[in-house]
Design a protein around this ligand. Structure first.
Ligand code: HEM
Length: 222
């Protein structure tokens, strides 16, 4: 009975986490739409739209990349299914970020767009990140996972490369004040460190020790 209750509780937590993820990922878009409706986007609305969508893409990408490291450090299994959801939302925000660039900024003037991608290195790096995330979004289905087998995992490691390119994109586009992109860079470095095989084994070892010590304390207390 206790086992059934625990299973139900886990399912409920999993469902609530998914709902919170949907809401959290849609909220920035709803706010952007609201601010647009209210003419609340400042003197340069097109730039504001691009910047806001860029920021939400980066935050969602970082959260996607944080799922596995958080599982390693804290052992919370329920957050596993959020990885795909966060990744797909990050890609949606990225598509809108790109759309605001090619549509609102460049009015679909393709020759100017190609020039901008080639000439401005921060745009080139951002575009490369988009090209990397495209196959990841396309192969995010269970069917692709089954078909690609081991290769799926290898392919999806590219998300970390996309993360690095995204931080470089941010670093290269800011002028003078580098604090914010450097903070994202430091977070990414930490996430990559936790995924390193040696570091991961060590953390898992500490967690096992802590668990054993806890079990020891509770049994001796009885
Ligand atoms: C994973 C991919 C990408 C991420 C995470 C990303 C993220 C960002 C971020 C965080 C900003 C700055 C926001 C701020 O200062 O508050 C930004 C700005 C910008 N991004 Fe991206 N971006 C990506 C891809 C792209 C692509 C594909 C393009 C276009 C081809 C692009 C074009 C721009 C432009 C034009 C700006 C505004 C620069 C300015 O006016 O100062 N980005 N992006």
């Amino acid at each position: 009975m206790k086992h059934v209750d625990e299973k139900k509780r886990r399912q409920l937590v999993g469902r609530l986490l998914k709902i919170a993820t949907h809401l959290g990922a849609i909220l920035p878009l709803a706010l952007l739409f609201w601010d647009y409706q209210q003419s609340n986007l400042g003197a340069d609305p097109v730039r504001e739209i691009t910047l806001r969508l860029g920021k939400s893409t980066l935050i969602l990408l970082m959260l996607t990349l944080a799922v596995t490291p958080v599982q390693i450090v804290l052992g919370i299994k329920q957050i596993g299914p959020l990885r795909r959801l966060l990744g797909l939302y990050s890609f949606l925000h990225l598509c809108l970020h790109l759309l605001s660039f090619v549509w609102l900024d460049y009015l679909f003037e393709w020759s100017f767009i190609v020039d901008a991608i080639i000439d401005q290195k921060y745009v080139l790096v951002g575009f490369t990140a988009f090209l990397l995330m495209l196959p990841l979004a396309l192969t995010s289905t269970n069917w692709s996972m089954r078909r690609l087998g081991k290769k799926w995992k290898q392919l999806h490691r590219l998300s970390y490369v996309a993360g690095i390119l995204a931080v470089v994109h941010f670093l290269w586009l800011v002028k003078n004040v580098y604090t914010e992109p450097l903070i994202y860079g430091a977070i990414l470095l930490l996430l990559l460190l936790v995924r390193n095989r040696r570091v991961k084994q060590r953390i898992l070892g500490w967690r096992r020790k802590a668990k054993r010590a806890k079990v020891g304390v509770t049994t001796s207390a009885h």
